[in-house]
Design a protein around this ligand. Structure first.
Ligand SMILES: Nc1ncnc2c1ncn2[C@@H]1O[C@H](COP(=O)(O)OP(=O)(O)OP(=O)(O)O)[C@@H](O)[C@H]1O
Ligand SMILES: [Mg+2]
Length: 293
């Protein structure tokens, strides 16, 4: 089933002259079961976009088709519980997500609210905590007294605990250390490939999602100015630059390499070992005209 934005506009409320455009007649069609990264400069509309997937924000113009739901301007939020169970959203700032006295209560909230039996909810909560590397000793702690990274992991675990079909995560790896970042992205990729979950993730670090993302959406001024494959993202001249994104060193290297050897890049996701094999094969086939001394 598709997740479809049709001419979706979202204008934030505000005083005269202060209303801000979050989304501007945005068209976008995503398929379920994919790992999709959303890129874009600050203020381009990424968080506004993500909050539409489970109806936290409703469009002020246009409409969205999400799973079996049609979301339209001004509709009632009643009856959206099932949508929120199936589409889990991790906010950009974990403080927006957490509210309970203990980590465990926060983790239990989703599963209980969505109708799991107490024992099943407890199992789901502990499984999610474990998947995020949150030790049992943290479960009794106040989530607001945790470190930034632990709080972030708790917020993501609250989403995983409810076992949604679509995981929508706003900069989930921000404030995590490098090992935790890689563990989190591997976990999300496994959920996508092994359990068929859809992962839609905002990041400012293209390099960290290169090994995982199957599709990219690029936001600029409230519009999706690009939606396509990893290869298209990397090979389309000036695309990222026009949207105010600086291509990371790994991407600049791949572009130079493909130009230098006149070869097209493989399609992603770009795992380091696969890229190394690709580079080796190109060099073997076409040794540089002027060998490096
Ligand atoms: N609560 C709000 N009230 C008014 N305008 C807002 C509000 N939240 C966001 N905006 C505006 O909407 C636009 C899109 O903001 P959004 O938060 O979606 O950007 P973003 O791409 O997530 O940025 P970042 O990378 O900094 O998180 C910006 O112009 C922003 O100023
Ligand atoms: Mg944001």
């Amino acid at each position: 089933m598709a997740l479809e934005f049709q001419q979706v506009t979202y204008t934030y409320p505000g005083g005269a002259g202060e209303r801000r455009i979050g989304l501007d007649a945005l068209d976008l069609v995503l398929q379920e079961g994919r790992f999709i990264a959303v890129l874009g400069a600050s203020g381009s509309g990424k968080s506004t976009l993500l909050q539409h997937f489970n109806g936290i924000l409703l469009p002020t113009g246009g409409q969205l088709l999400i799973l079996d739901y049609t979301l339209t301007p001004g509709m009632s939020g009643k009856g959206m519980k099932e949508l929120r169970r199936r589409v889990g959203l991790a906010f950009q700032f974990p403080e927006q997500q957490l509210f309970a006295e203990t980590v465990e209560e926060d983790l239990l909230y989703g599963p209980r609210n969505f109708g799991m039996k107490p024992e099943d909810a407890r199992i789901a909560a502990h499984k999610a905590a474990k998947a995020l590397g949150l030790g049992e000793e943290l479960l009794g702690r106040n989530p607001f007294h945790l470190s930034g990274g632990q709080m972030r992991k708790t917020a993501i675990a609250t989403v995983l605990a409810a076992d949604p079909d679509v995981l929508v995560l706003d900069e989930p790896a921000a404030t995590l250390d490098q090992a935790s970042r890689e563990e989190l992205l591997t976990l999300l990729a496994d959920l996508c490939r092994q359990e068929g979950k859809t992962v839609i993730l905002v990041t400012h670090r293209l390099e960290e999602v290169l090994p995982y993302a199957e599709e990219y959406v690029l936001m600029d001024q409230g519009k999706a100015v690009f939606h396509g494959s990893p290869r298209e993202l990397l090979e389309t001249d000036g695309l990222m630059e026009r949207a105010g994104i600086v291509a990371p060193p790994a991407v600049r290297f791949l572009r130079s390499f493909s130009e230098r050897f006149g070869t097209s890049l493989p399609d992603g996701p770009y795992r380091a070992d696969e890229l190394a094999r690709f580079i080796r094969d190109v060099i073997r086939k076409e040794p540089p005209a002027c060998p490096i001394a």
